[in-house]
Design a protein around this ligand. Structure first.
Ligand code: AMP
Ligand code: GLY
Length: 430
């Protein structure tokens, strides 16, 4: 069969790679992909949802799978369904779970799912008054999509006021900052937990540890993710069942009761907080897709054919699927475009402004036991790989222990270089 993957980042590379492992798949197209993806699949440059649908129809694509949140939130699933084209993913209404943090928080509270105390504001002055009055540290979150950078963790009321000012007055995230969700800051251990659902059955996948902050020791700004590993050391069978019971199943049922059938992947961004001798999984955010860079360590662990899972979701028989996982450790180390000199001064580096078009050396020397998933790469004038984004590529290593996987990824990363290259030195250091 022919599969079309929509996306162009490291996660989307991992999805295309996973589909290529299926004996049922003959051809994988990616819209629009990147230079690394183009080495294994056919990249097609399509401008918008209608063009993607035209392509899927013309090429008789058997299954379309969407990596990023933007096309899902823009209604790609609705367009495909209206045209009778096979696609797996949440429709526009279901995608609100990610595209409005404020509405989702209200829904979660209604459903009795654990969330931090919060309040929602569309007026910056009222929001500023609130953060001065609460007496505890808060996190200020832009309501809409902001590429993983829309939440600002604050240490003081002054920092919170600044965050409100940048989001709502300076509008650093544009319309995504029309409203803010202001949450009590929680302290605990973060975990990215994933499920497949057909709207009825919810199947737990495994969890991953993501590293959101730019610098070692979880300092610096929030990014899309600087590294990841799986399995997550805190995820026991018992905790997985508690997350299913307290969060995943009530969520899918709750939205179904509101007339929305959710099909695809649910990503729960959780903070595990130890309270009264047990762990409560608080929901920080819900995403409607696989994580990046969590997909890069979860998909290599998935032994079950992704095509079989997608078909079962579309045909509403997910209950018949049993997921199988490799128990080994996989670790993903991301290299980003960091601080470097430009013509008119210094670039601060990802997630701030960064330089692109820089040649990358040494990717071909990486040991074949590792997988290299590209995020922001292109091909330069001399046929070499060049940087085109903030996150550039990730090396995924496997080990029987986390320490082994970590050692391999760091050893291999040393073989690669480009101007301004930066990666955290503490990914997988427990
Ligand atoms: P979000 O965009 O909601 O996933 O938040 C991005 C990151 O901000 C999370 O991965 C956490 O590290 C941090 N964060 C979000 N909400 C909270 C909270 N209530 N308490 C502490 N940290 C938070
Ligand atoms: N790694 C976080 C995300 O994909 O949203």
């Amino acid at each position: 069969m022919k599969v079309l993957v929509v996306g162009s980042g490291g996660r989307d590379h991992a999805i295309a790679w996973k589909f290529l492992q299926s004996p049922r798949v003959k051809k994988v197209y990616v819209a629009h992909g990147n230079a690394g993806i183009a080495k294994m699949a056919e990249c097609v440059n399509l401008q918008d949802i209608e063009e993607i649908a035209d392509f899927a129809e013309r090429e008789r694509v058997d299954l379309t799978f969407v990596g990023p949140e933007k096309p899902l939130s823009a209604g790609i699933v609705d367009v495909f369904r209206a045209r009778g084209l096979p696609i797996v993913g949440p429709d526009k209404r279901a995608s609100r779970l990610e595209s409005s943090k404020c509405d989702t928080k209200v829904l979660l509270r209604e459903l009795g799912i654990p969330v931090a105390e919060f309040a929602i504001f569309d007026d910056p002055d009222k929001a500023k008054k609130y953060v001065k009055s609460v007496g505890y540290p808060v996190v200020v979150k832009a309501d809409g999509l902001a590429a993983g950078k829309g939440s600002i963790v604050c240490n003081s009321p002054e920092e919170a006021e600044e965050a409100i000012h940048s989001i709502m007055v300076e509008r650093i995230f544009g319309d995504a900052g029309n409203r803010v969700d202001i949450e009590k800051r929680l302290y605990g251990r973060e975990l990215s937990f994933f499920c497949f659902t057909d709207g009825e059955t919810v199947l737990p996948m495994v969890a991953a540890q993501d590293y959101k902050r730019a610098y070692d020791g979880d300092r610096g700004k929030n990014t899309g993710g600087m590294g990841s590993y799986s399995p997550h050391p805190w995820l026991t069978e018992e905790l997985s069942e508690r997350i299913m019971e307290q969060v995943a199943r009530p969520l899918v049922k709750g939205i179904k009761d509101r007339g929305i059938r959710y099909e695809g992947i649910i990503y729960l961004g959780l903070m595990l907080v130890e309270e009264r001798g047990s762990i409560t999984p608080y929901v920080l955010e819900i995403n409607i897709r696989l994580g990046d860079p969590e997909a890069q360590v979860i998909l290599p662990r998935l032994k079950t054919d992704l095509v079989d899972i997608c078909e079962a979701i579309s045909e509403q028989r997910l209950k018949d699927i049993k997921l199988e996982w490799d128990p080994s450790y996989y670790l993903c180390l991301i290299a980003v475009s960091g601080r470097c000199k430009g013509r008119k001064g210094w670039y601060k580096g990802y997630p701030d402004r960064y330089k692109i078009g820089v040649p990358i050396k040494g990717l071909e020397d990486i040991d074949p036991s590792c997988i290299v998933f590209h995020s922001g790469t292109g091909i330069g004038e001399n046929g070499e790989f060049i940087t085109t984004g903030g996150r550039v590529f990730g090396i995924v290593s496997r080990g029987d222990t986390l320490a082994k996987a970590r050692e391999i990824a760091y050893r291999e990363m040393k073989k690669v270089s480009f101007e301004g290259m930066y990666y955290r030195s503490d990914i997988g250091r427990e």
